[in-house]
Every structure is written in C-alpha cells, then in structure tokens.
Design a binder for this molecule. Structure first.
Ligand code: SAH
Length: 369
C-alpha cells in the first residue's frame, strides 16, 4: 500500500533558509566565534547545539536554559529554519520517501531505507538515509533520472543537515547509516558537503560515526583526492557502471573528462591514504554493460583495489529505453566477479513502487508534472 500524507511543518518564520548564517549550518567553533563577537560567553555555543542535536528542539523558543532576551536576539541573527515536509510516501517494504520544499520553493527528496531482518539478521535495526546534495544534477549520466531535468543549484550545509534531523523527528528513530546517493553529485558541492559531513559526524552534532557515512560519486577525480585528504574516515563509493572507457563514456559523459585510468589512480590514492576500502557501484543494464568481458575488466580493477562491488539491477526510468538484464545474466555476471576473488553482491532494491529507488529521483516528478 502506498500512503501519502501532508504535513504542515514549521511556522512561516521558520521556513526561511536564505540566511548564510542559518544555525543548522554552523559548526560549534563557528558558533562560538559568532557569539564571542557579540560578547556572549562561549559556553552558550555548546548549550545551543545541545538543544538542537541532543534534545532535538526545532525552535529557539524551546531553548529554555537561555534567557528570553538572548533567545530573541539570536533568533534574528541565526534563524533555526527547516525545509517544509510536503509529503511522506511509504511502500510495503516500508521504504519512505520524504519530499521537502526548500525556502526558494525548490524540491528535494530524501529516502529512508530500513534494513529487512531477512537480509541483515542481527543488523536489522539498520536504518539508512539516502540524502540529496543538489537540486537536480549537471552530470547527465544517460541512465539516471536525476539529471534529466538539468541542474538547479547546490544544497547549502543546513539543507543537508536538515534532511537527517527532519527524518529522525518524523520517524522518531535515529538513523544509523547515511549514504549520499540521493539527487545530485556530492563532490560538485564539495564545500557544503564537507561542512555538513563534519556536523553529521561531530560529537556535538548528529554524532554518527564516519564509517557509517558513505559518499557516492560519479568520479570527479580531483575531488576524490581532496576527499582522501580530509581527516575523517568517511567511506567512498564510486558509481562505475562501465569497466572499459568505451562502455563507460557511452553512458557517463564524465568519463570523457576523467577516464578510467585517472579515476583508478584517484581511487588508489584514497585507499592508500585512508587505509580504507571502497565500493564500486555497478548498475546492470541489459545489453549495455552486462557482458562477461565487462565483468572481467571490472574484476581486474576491483581486485587491484580490493574494492567491494555492489551490483544494482537497473531501475526503469520513464522515457529511457533501458531495462535490467534477466536474473540469469545477473547471476552469471556476479559469478564471474566471484570467480576472480572479488567480494560482490547484488543489491536488492527497495522503493520502486514510490519511485524512490536509485536513479529514480527526478526534479520534474517532484512537482507532479
Ligand atoms: N552522483 C552521485 C550520487 C548519486 S548516487 C553518483 O553518481 O554516485 C545514485 C546512484 O544510483 C548512483 O550509483 C547511480 O549511478 C545510481 N543510479 C542512477 N540511475 C539508476 C537507475 N536507473 N537504476 C539503478 N541505479 C541508478
């Protein structure tokens, strides 16, 4: 069953995200500097962030340990504003898609994916949130819905952080896994991405362990290197989808700019620098990239980097001609990888019925056009 309900979130005064100084976009350090310049003692910074990230209040008015006059003054300087939750759709496997309206009326989605006990056993309390990093996407991967309507703008730090806080508020449960696999190319929004990652990871913030956070990229190699240089041990996933330049360039225009040899060099840098393994995501598209020669080429790359391979049977996108291969072809592809000693799985996807699966998040559909 699909259910959709409307929610009237946040009073008008709280729905403006235009300020650069939105409280949700500030780190503890930045907040302290701001407060200092106003001659407010530094300990107030920690107190304020405790109200937001531990006690989870959504307005300044509820920060009861702050004198009223101070609250009122700070609210004007640093509004605490959230996007508006427009709809929440759920499917039978309980994947839920949250449609959020930003202050400039652009829409984004964030998807909550609870793990099924059958798949994860003891890990069944896993709740993964798939967050968006941009409105639209500029990279035009030919199979993906998110780029079909072009790129609109980057999300700001607070708009990324707010996705997590809002979903936790509505679902009443903590999220223990975050993947940047929603709409957009996270590495094309590097500054806001890294600022948001710090807030999500920090003990004074959402406090989710770095190894529980994965950023997925279509392969912006200079950014992969920069990402590897960050102090946090955040995981990396590469959307590979083709294991030879001919096939990859055909479906991912970015490969013409950063071909596989460069991409693999950047991946090697990440693995060596971080002492952390990475994941290759590989959509299986019938007749496009599902041949055994591709599996063999993929196995070579994966082995060299000791990367895990996540095979994703293609999700149909309206208006695009492609489909997923048969189960037999999928299994043969998987077997070929395993035969070469690669740790590979086929991802069983959720949320098809609400268009919340990978590659199905699309700007135009968000408006119901
Ligand atoms: N731009 C980043 C983040 C988006 S992640 C990236 O490319 O990694 C979204 C994931 O869904 C990517 O791995 C993407 O390649 C995959 N995807 C896109 N369209 C898909 C489709 N129709 N079926 C299955 N997966 C798809």
């Amino acid at each position: 069953m699909i259910f959709v309900f409307l929610m009237n979130q946040q009073a008008d005064k709280n729905s403006d995200l235009s300020s650069q100084r939105n409280l949700l976009g500030l780190s503890l350090e930045e907040l302290r500097v701001e407060l200092e310049s106003l001659h407010i003692p530094a300990y107030r910074g920690r107190q304020i962030l405790e109200w937001i990230y531990q006690k989870r209040v959504t307005s300044w008015a509820k920060m009861l340990t702050l004198p009223v006059a101070l609250r009122e003054d700070l609210e004007i300087r640093y509004p605490l504003a959230f996007p508006e939750v427009v709809t929440v759709s759920g499917s039978h496997d309980t994947t839920q898609k949250f449609l959020l309206r930003l202050s400039d009326h652009e829409m984004i989605e964030t998807v909550l994916i609870p793990a099924s006990p059958a798949l994860y056993g003891e890990d069944s309390d896993r709740r993964t949130l798939c967050v968006s990093s941009q409105v639209g996407c500029a990279y035009r991967c030919k199979f993906c819905a998110s780029g079909l309507d072009g790129f609109k703008r980057n999300l700001r730090t607070e708009e990324i952080v707010a996705q997590v806080l809002l979903v936790e508020k509505i679902s009443g449960e903590r999220i223990n896994n975050i993947v940047f696999m929603g709409m957009g190319e996270p590495f094309a929004n590097f500054d806001h991405l890294t600022r948001a990652l710090r807030i999500i990871n920090a003990p004074w913030g959402i406090h989710l362990a770095a190894r529980k956070i994965t950023v997925s990229t279509s392969g912006l190699t200079p950014r992969i290197r920069e990402f590897a240089d960050l102090p946090e041990q955040i995981r990396l996933a590469i959307s590979l989808h083709g294991a030879t330049d001919a096939v990859r360039s055909e479906i991912m225009p970015i490969n013409q700019r950063y071909p596989l040899s460069e991409l693999m060099e950047a991946c090697t840098y990440y693995v060596e620098r971080k002492k952390q393994l990475l994941t290759f995501e590989y959509i299986l598209i019938a007749g496009v990239n599902d041949q055994l020669e591709q599996a063999l080429a993929l196995a070579r790359y994966a082995k060299r980097l000791r990367a895990k391979v996540n095979l994703i049977p293609y999700n149909r996108v309206e208006g695009l001609p492609w489909d997923r291969p048969s189960q037999g072809v999928q299994r043969a592809f998987l077997a070929k990888l395993r035969e070469h000693g690669v740790a590979a799985t086929i991802r069983r996807e959720k949320g098809h019925d609400i268009d919340a699966a990978c590659g199905q998040l699309r700007r135009r559909q968000l408006y119901g056009l």
